[in-house]
Design a protein around this ligand. Structure first.
Ligand SMILES: NC(=O)c1ccc[n+]([C@@H]2O[C@H](COP(=O)([O-])OP(=O)(O)OC[C@H]3O[C@@H](n4cnc5c(N)ncnc54)[C@H](O)[C@@H]3O)[C@@H](O)[C@H]2O)c1
Ligand SMILES: [Zn+2]
Ligand SMILES: [Zn+2]
Length: 391
């Protein structure tokens, strides 16, 4: 089959690789009908994520048609149309039973590698390094889905791929980002970033009762989408001081809830901390560029919450812990527990509360993936979200 493979920093290619096979009784093989490129994939493209190996198949946002089933999967049948959560989870362990499926204790065969770096291992992820399981991803014609009886979610009749594909990750991720912010009715919510995850965090903030949403980015079409689709007020961090503007907009109090939907690869308008981060990453003295996280902590009102759906990969420094403690802030984060949001968010799509396809700007066959990774990374051609059709 054809699959998009990682070959090193800045180097992804469509290769011919062996078709996936059923290996465990709870596996399914899915023929991929739609798959998307995510901001998390950029951390792989840009070489931020350790333990990638040349030839690894990428992609963690995918859906398709069941073509083969392991003998223990009795709740699915051949031909079912399914959406696959990017976090792989067994459904039976201590964490899965609590609904914390991105913390599943049984889905990462390489947990020892992750334990060394993080103390404990998160769940396995599709197409996201050997430390997180070494699972082949879904930017491919076919994919093997472990624990399919728990993970694969049957798509109800009448919904298109474009409407449900983002249930795999970014819609639940934006929603959990807003939920983790602990929004109270009428709260002012500031969202760092206007990428796809941020767009869903903005939509979800309204669903959860925000009174006002302020979104921060610098890419014109992303700011525009936040204003038109997201009904947000916006700040361009290259043209305005984020702190001063937020202070002004909130009459000196600061936003009640701050969501960092930027993560490890923040840019900035030449502020000292950001220049230092970039230099440290280049010299292998640092792993992440946490400028947005620092700013969110600094700007958040006293007693407020900072929610971090943005992904960080290693060790971050110069985090204003003094501000965090003395202002009495709460911090929440996590890879998304996708499974628990599948049903409720599907119902929102069915009711017409939201049509997630609004973020899609590019649709293309898999062969165009290498160039579209770069278009998406460099924010060229108005690119906000890419959907690939591998078959
Ligand atoms: N927690 C999870 O489970 C989960 C799931 C999916 C994605 N993510 C993470 O969410 C983050 C966003 O993903 P995405 O797909 O939207 O990616 P993206 O790269 O398209 O979006 C990031 C946006 O942040 C903006 N930005 C950069 N520096 C900024 C700054 N200093 N202030 C404000 N905005 C800034 C960029 O211009 C860009 O529009 C990534 O870190 C990704 O890894 C997390
Ligand atoms: Zn993703
Ligand atoms: Zn589990």
């Amino acid at each position: 089959m054809k699959a998009l493979c990682w070959h090193g920093k800045g180097d992804v290619r469509v290769d011919t690789v062996p078709d996936p096979k059923i290996r465990e009784p709870r596996d399914a093989i899915v023929k991929v009908t739609s798959t998307a490129i995510c901001g998390s994939d950029l951390h792989l493209l840009d070489g931020f994520m350790p333990t990638m190996e040349s030839g690894d198949v990428l992609g963690h946002e995918f859906m398709g048609e069941v073509v083969e089933l392991g003998k223990s999967v009795t709740n699915l049948k051949i031909g079912d149309r399914v959406v696959i959560p990017f976090t792989i989870a067994c459904g039976e362990c201590f964490f899965c039973k609590k609904g914390l499926t991105s913390c599943c204790d049984r889905s990462n065969p390489n947990h020892a590698m992750a334990e060394k770096m993080m103390g404990h291992s998160p769940s396995g992820l599709f197409g996201y390094s050997h430390m997180l399981g070494g699972f082949a991803g879904g930017q491919a014609q076919y994919a093997r889905v472990p624990f399919a009886d728990f993970g694969a979610f049957k798509v109800p009749e009448g919904l298109t791929d474009e409407q449900v594909l983002f249930l795999t990750d970014i819609f639940p991720t934006g929603y959990m980002g807003a939920e983790n912010a602990g929004i109270e009715p009428g709260d002012t919510v500031a969202v760092w970033g206007c990428g796809p995850v941020a767009q869903f965090a903005i939509q979800s903030a309204w669903m959860l009762g925000a009174g006002r949403v302020i979104a921060i980015d610098t890419v014109p079409e992303r700011l525009e989408m936040a204003r038109t689709q997201g009904r947000a007020e916006t700040i361009d961090f290259m043209k305005q001081s984020v702190y001063d503007t937020l202070q002004e907009m909130t009459k000196g109090r600061g936003p009640d809830r701050c969501i960092d939907a930027v993560g490890a690869e923040a840019h900035s308008h030449g502020s000292f901390d950001a220049v230092l981060d970039a230099a440290k990453v280049k010299m292998f003295l640092g792993t992440d560029r946490p400028h947005a996280l620092r700013q969110a902590i600094y700007c958040c009102r006293k007693g407020g919450t900072v929610s971090v759906p943005g992904v960080y990969l290693g060790f971050v420094d110069k985090v204003p812990m003094g501000a965090f403690v003395n202002k009495g802030l709460t911090l929440k984060s996590g890879q998304t527990h996708v499974h628990r949001y599948l049903k409720p968010l599907t119902e929102k799509i069915q009711k017409g509360d939201i049509d997630p396809s609004f973020v899609i700007t590019h649709k293309a066959p898999l062969v165009e993936a290498p160039s579209l990774y770069k278009t998406f990374r460099d924010k060229q051609d108005g690119c906000i979200k890419v959907v690939l059709k591998p078959n």
